[in-house]
Write a protein that binds this ligand. Structure first.
Ligand code: SAH
Length: 404
């Protein structure tokens, strides 16, 4: 990989000078160190072409003395904007669109939002590319709701980049580090894009989570579904389901899918995604995953497999306690942070419960509840050149033999 001139400033890449094979080895070692004591760590699944994989690109806009309008990335841990035109991790078309918007901002005399004073208009641009479909969504995040010469701006931008399929205005006038605000207005196209993963079509709205590396996501989901060893008879939970990707990819191999997700836009997408793929055995609920699981446990539902894919902060004791009550045969834990995964494995395997509850989890059978053991785990490199590590981990009930 070529050296990126900004890599020292932006903090996004950690390994610009390090050959990819070495990066993989380093990540493998980290996972082994953090998680090896819980069970077998299989070889990390790497990428064939580990550059320009990010299908979601965010640029913050700024006005800088001597430079004029710049767009780029916040320098790590600060609100200083490092100008970036091309990034070795990001989709090339997305980067080119952001450069064009910057040039148009100048010719349309758009005021750039000033974070200190709260004045100005253009704040961020978010571009999302459907890896398999080529559909592209541009979200213009503004400090106030009106974009002057809106029609003209859309026409010129779409002429420069006919690959853009939708443009959305998002208003964020709050002092916040969140990129998107609440209000949205579609000014071109449908307001969402679609992508294809694991043979299914997925609608993605501006506010919904979608994995940033589609190529590796397929490998990750395939591994997760393999770990679940589905027979067609199972009721499965897809917890922290986003737009329903894991549950819907698994739907044809199970009796029933129950998905839960906090973000309302994502749940709406998940419901539509079931429909457009003709999937009738999947239901999605908008709720906190922990609260929802407690309801299921209280109702005495029979759940066979729990897929859980929480954010970086990991899961909660509330959630995991409910899982321990539900006693699924298998838990497939997908994690983007091996440190919180280690903490949660400690809990699910019983050791953490002992520490926290102040009483012994004994033989692993407490109130008829069995604890879980890690069967094996596989790291998947979703984020080459950064030090983020994704891991998929299979747990099964203690003393129950499972074959993969
Ligand atoms: N499984 C999905 C999404 C994983 S990202 C995929 O692979 O695309 C984690 C998701 O958890 C996000 O969509 C986020 O909105 C959701 N989330 C965060 N906290 C949550 C909570 N307390 N309860 C339910 N979902 C939550």
């Amino acid at each position: 990989m070529n050296q990126c001139p900004e890599s020292n400033k932006c903090g996004g890449c950690r390994y610009t000078g390090t050959p990819y094979e070495e990066q993989l080895k380093k990540k493998q070692k980290t996972v082994k160190q953090l998680l090896g004591k819980y069970g077998k760590v299989c070889d990390i699944i790497g990428m064939d072409n580990p550059e320009h994989y990010r299908n979601k690109v965010h640029a913050v806009f700024d006005f800088q003395k001597g430079k004029g309008i710049v767009s780029g990335i916040y320098q790590e841990g600060t609100h200083n904007v490092v100008p970036v035109d091309e990034c070795l991790l990001e989709d090339r078309k997305a980067d080119a669109i952001i450069v064009s918007i910057r040039q148009l901002a100048k010719s349309f005399r758009m005021k750039i939002y000033d974070e200190d004073t709260g004045y100005g208009l253009l704040r961020h641009v978010l571009v999302r590319v459907g890896h398999a479909t080529g559909q592209i969504m541009v979200v213009l995040v503004l400090g106030s709701p009106i974009l002057p010469s809106k029609k003209n701006f859309v026409n010129v931008l779409c002429k420069l980049h006919p690959e853009i399929t939708t443009i959305v205005l998002n208003v964020n006038n709050k002092k916040t580090s969140m990129v998107l605000g609440d209000k949205e207005q579609v000014i071109y196209g449908k307001g969402y894009i679609e992508d294809r993963l694991c043979g299914k079509t997925f609608r993605i709205s501006p506010k919904s989570f979608y994995q940033v590396n589609a190529v590796q996501t397929e490998k990750l989901y395939n591994k997760a579904i393999e770990y679940a060893a589905l027979t067609g008879r199972e009721t499965i939970i897809d917890a922290y389901c986003g737009i329903g990707t894991i549950g819907l990819a698994a739907a044809e191999h199970v009796k029933k899918v129950i998905g839960v997700e906090l973000n309302q836009a994502a749940v709406k997408d998940a419901v539509v995604n079931a429909k457009i793929n003709g999937i009738k055995n999947a239901d999605f609920y908008q709720n906190d995953a922990g609260k929802f699981m407690i309801q299921l446990a209280d109702a005495g539902e029979k759940i066979d497999v729990v897929f859980m894919d929480p954010p970086r902060s990991g899961s909660t004791e509330e959630f995991m306690n409910a899982v321990l009550c539900l006693q699924p045969d298998r838990i497939v834990y997908i994690s983007c942070n091996p440190e919180t995964l280690a903490r949660d494995l400690e809990y699910l395997t019983g050791k953490g419960q002992k520490n926290r509850a102040g009483k012994s989890a004994g033989s692993g059978k407490e109130n008829g509840r069995k604890n879980y053991r890690v069967v094996e785990m596989t790291p998947v490199d979703m984020f080459p050149y950064t030090d983020n590590i994704e891991t998929v981990c299979l747990l099964s009930k203690l003393n129950v033999e499972h074959h993969i």
